[in-house]
Design a protein around this ligand. Structure first.
Ligand code: GUN
Ligand code: FE
Length: 442
């Protein structure tokens, strides 16, 4: 078993590894499966001695049960945009992303794309995601509708983009806000789903659309907000030319009422110390997207400056700017970024910290601490079963690992979707690796 001890605000939860562990889950009053107990096998079982004959035990010899990963930022309509070559963010958006996203107006196209997208999340052990849909209502309905069928905790929103965007993805100011509000009513808080008000980024929304988004955000305080900020220097310069009087790019979002708890800003690379303080003061969170930032040449998230300022952040794939759905690839890229571009270069992020940033830490940044991303009692029973011997090289490395750091690093550096043998959503095995031998049931 792998999970994180409870931590106070601002602290990273320390990783706990129980070689012979037991996870007990049971439905709550509303029927949702939650963790009831976790710990050393005998110690936990002793508390259930009376019930023992009634307990159904799944036995995972040689495997590691861990919390499902939390992906704080990715784009559902970009699964086929991964790996598209471009000089940088703006040409990449214009040449690949916007043309591709036009396809998501079609319900038929969405039906198969949403199935594939959610399948990739599950195959990679991601059980909670905050995702951009496209600017089409149909894309949100498809993604959240299918997430609901699978019982997944997915938060998504219709992209708002009423300017500087081509026909086919550009929306209309008033209609886009009415559509967003209707989608909140349709999806937010239904089963495990959530809605996020989703202005794409400052350049593609008029002031009226940003103001309308901020107004919605104040009327629906438990609805999420998601956008992009300070990813790329050309983008930052563009925003400066659009809002020459604003103190910074981030400050434009503040002016429109778009910084608050449950507001998640992807990238946050080219921020200054006042911006970082603003993040902390408003309770907004950053989604750190290292594979995307390395692929598009955007820059390096400054982990040290973020920790010093004390704002919330977590890891994210940013598919399709990002290059992989795999949390292992994202954690490794975050490690590389820690080596570069820091206030003080050569940061060596600890493997348990990277793991936390993609699970319990990301959940906390989303305002879902104690709900997902961990396996402490009370958490929803979203977990993954990892096979640390999934590949020949992994098997060699992990069986030689002496410390927990060594074990986690072996998986972060060598791991991918093959490590994820099963993904459980609310206690139900939703995706099993067909290549793995069947589990023994005791
Ligand atoms: N900024 C505005 N839109 C996007 C997008 O789709 N991906 C990334 N990485 N940055 C953006
Ligand atoms: Fe993005």
């Amino acid at each position: 078993l792998l999970y994180f001890a409870a931590s106070s605000a601002g602290e990273v939860g320390s990783a706990v590894y129980e070689k012979d562990g037991l996870l007990v889950i049971a439905p709550d009053d509303s029927g949702r499966q939650r963790v009831v107990a976790i710990g050393e096998y005998r110690a936990v079982l002793a508390r259930y001695a009376d019930l023992e004959p009634a307990l159904l035990i799944s036995h995972f010899p040689g495997r590691i049960i861990a919390p499902g990963f939390v992906d704080m930022h990715l784009h559902y309509p970009q699964l086929d945009v991964i790996g598209s070559p471009a000089e940088g963010l703006l040409p990449w958006l214009e040449n690949y992303t916007f043309p591709h996203e036009t396809r998501f107006s079609s319900p038929e196209y969405n039906a198969q794309a949403a199935e594939f997208f959610l399948g990739e999340l599950l195959r990679n052990g991601v059980t909670t995601a905050l995702a951009f849909a496209s600017s089409h209502v149909a894309s949100v309905d498809a993604l959240l509708g299918q997430a609901q069928q699978r019982g997944m905790r997915v938060i998504a929103g219709k992209v708002l983009m009423d300017q500087n965007a081509p026909d086919g993805v550009r929306d209309q100011t008033e209609q886009s806000l009415r559509d967003s509000e209707a989608l909140i009513a349709r999806w937010h808080g239904v089963d495990r789903l959530g809605y996020a008000i989703t202005p794409r980024f400052v350049p593609t929304s008029s002031a009226a659309q940003l103001a309308g988004a901020g107004e919605l955000a104040s009327r629906y305080p438990d609805v999420w907000i998601q956008s992009h900020v300070a990813e790329n220097l050309d983008e930052v310069a563009w925003v400066r030319s659009l809002y020459p009087k604003a103190r910074s790019y981030l400050d434009v979002y503040r002016q429109f009422g778009l910084l608050r708890p449950r507001a998640v800003y992807a990238h946050c690379i080219h921020l200054d110390s006042q911006d970082r303080d603003l993040m902390r003061q408003t309770g907004a969170a950053a989604a750190v997207c290292p594979t995307s930032n390395l692929f598009l040449g955007s820059g390096f998230f400054d982990f040290q400056a973020a920790d010093q300022a004390g704002f919330l952040y977590g890891l994210a794939s940013d598919v399709g700017g990002g290059t992989s759905f795999s949390p292992f690839h994202t954690m490794l890229a975050a490690y590389y970024v820690g080596r570069e571009g820091q206030t003080k270069p050569g940061l060596s992020l600890k493997p348990a910290v990277l793991w936390w940033q993609h699970s319990a830490g990301a959940a906390r940044a989303l305002g879902l601490a104690g709900v997902v991303g961990n396996l402490l009692p009370g958490c929803e029973a979203d977990f993954i079963v990892l096979n640390p011997c999934a590949t020949p090289l992994l098997a060699r490395k992990t069986t030689q690992a002496v410390s927990l750091d060594e074990l986690l690093f072996s998986m972060i550096v060598l791991g991918d979707d093959r490590l994820v043998e099963a993904t459980y959503i609310a206690g139900v095995p939703i995706r099993l690796n067909a290549d793995s031998p069947p589990f023994q049931q005791e």
